[in-house]
Design a binder for this molecule. Structure first.
Ligand SMILES: CC(=O)SCCNC(=O)CCNC(=O)[C@H](O)C(C)(C)COP(=O)(O)OP(=O)(O)OC[C@H]1O[C@@H](n2cnc3c(N)ncnc32)[C@H](O)[C@@H]1OP(=O)(O)O
Ligand SMILES: O=C([O-])CC(=O)C(=O)O
Length: 370
């Protein structure tokens, strides 16, 4: 037995949810470019869960359910109030989602109907939790979710307690579409491994949040912003990136396990970043990002991934840096739950082998002789 480090190129599941073929990403066979330009995030959620685009009535039905489930139990709000000041936002989300399962009487009902309802609940409640966490740590009361608006609108509304600008809602909605699913990425794989033991959906999503948090995965969007802040200005880009490359540091937001010729989502986020910069009358972050891309692609052949331009997009939307990865989770929970439902439909325990490289025939040495 020999191991493939990082499971690169290993096909570990069959799935009909999203595909990456010759660098082209589709959700249920529909090209991401088409979806990014035309679909709302709610249509995409429906597409991922039900395998087809909804008609008007089906979409209205899903939105009504999302409205019904968007509020979170008081016990969870009270628990968030006990979190340490300065808690990591993804750790807080992981804990709150795990707690949410305690207050759902159907948490361990494994019927397909109950699991679908729980997927809707998780999608509906996750943005409410992120916004509540953000307000509570700022010493503010959480804002209750509004009915009859999109997830993107509601999240921005619950975050600031004010009606969001149309342009901000549109940009966030498109970002949510672009992040919704991505085949067998690390967090989705973690979710599938967890529920492959026939554990419950809350456990699966909690595992996924833990995996998304890391800077080699979803945590990279926050890390890109840290880098932009450290660089500080367009004038510093060349020397900062030059030094980072010379000392073999990883440039956050570049490279991808599956895309070697570029991530098809990055161009949409780049366009959004440019447009939001123009609207704000401040192109510094956009110009810095373009310059970084020019150098990193020129010198290393590495292309920006989905996380790179999302950092300047979210910053231009006025969102605090440490909420970038929780926003990724607000979107990706649609994909995680679609994969969890698919895993339950045709489950087999996921249990690979390890290539043992440790000592053999070692003897137990009594403690006094060590
Ligand atoms: C939503 C997402 O999860 S998208 C990914 C988000 N993560 C990031 O942006 C973090 C930065 N990128 C990376 O760390 C990597 O490109 C990953 C984790 C995305 C992919 O990793 P892998 O497929 O394992 O590629 P690996 O890390 O082996 O890289 C191959 C080579 O390219 C280099 N490389 C890859 N990415 C980068 C980078 N961002 N900056 C500098 N060099 C890089 C590696 O150092 C390695 O070089 P070597 O062969 O000389 O050792
Ligand atoms: O697929 C991956 O490895 C990383 C990921 O989640 C994405 O790019 O959206």
């Amino acid at each position: 037995m020999t191991a493939t480090k990082g499971l690169e190129g290993i096909v570990a599941a069959s799935s009909s949810i999203s595909s990456i073929i010759d660098g082209v990403l589709t959700y249920r066979g529909i090209n991401i470019d088409d979806l990014a330009q035309n679909a709302s995030f709610e249509e995409v959620i429906y597409l991922l869960w039900y395998g087809k685009l909804p008609n008007r009535q089906e979409l209205a039905g899903l939105k009504a359910k999302l409205d019904e489930y968007a509020s979170i139990p008081n016990e969870v709000i009270e628990q968030i109030k006990t979190f340490p000041k300065g808690a990591n936002s993804m750790a807080a989300l992981r804990t709150a989602i795990s707690s949410l399962g305690l207050y759902d009487e159907s948490a361990n009902d494994m019927s397909p109907e109950a699991n679908l309802q729980k997927a809707i609940k998780l999608q509906a409640k996750l943005p409410t939790i992120v916004a509540a966490f953000s307000r509570i740590r700022n010493g503010e009361e959480p804002v209750a979710p509004k009915k009859g608006v999109s997830i993107a609108y509601n999240f921005l509304y619950m975050l600031d307690g004010a009606e969001p600008a149309e342009v901000a809602v549109k940009a966030l909605d498109q970002a949510l579409v672009l992040h919704a699913d991505h085949e067998l990425n690390a967090s989705t794989f973690a979710a599938r491994v967890t529920v492959g033991t026939l554990s419950d959906i809350y456990s699966g999503v909690t595992s996924a949040i833990g995996a998304l948090k890391g800077p080699l995965h979803g945590g990279a969007n926050e890390a890109v912003m840290v880098m932009l802040e450290q660089i500080g200005s367009l004038a510093n880009v060349e020397s900062w990136i030059g030094e980072a490359l010379a000392t073999k540091q990883k440039i956050m937001g570049f490279g991808h396990r599956v895309y070697k010729n570029g991530d098809p989502r990055a161009k949409h986020l780049q366009k959004m970043s440019r447009e939001l910069g123009k609207l704000k009358g401040n192109m510094e972050l956009y110009d810095m990002s373009v310059k970084i891309e020019e150098i990193v692609t020129g010198q290393k052949g590495l292309k920006p991934n989905v996380d790179f331009y999302s950092a300047s997009v979210y910053t231009n939307l006025g969102i605090p840096r440490d909420l970038f990865t929780p926003i990724f989770a607000i979107s990706r929970v649609s994909g995680w739950t679609a994969h969890i439902l698919e895993q339950y439909q045709d489950n087999r325990l996921i249990r690979p082998r390890a290539d043992y490289v440790g000592p053999v025939n070692a003897k137990y040495v009594p403690i006094d002789e060590r």
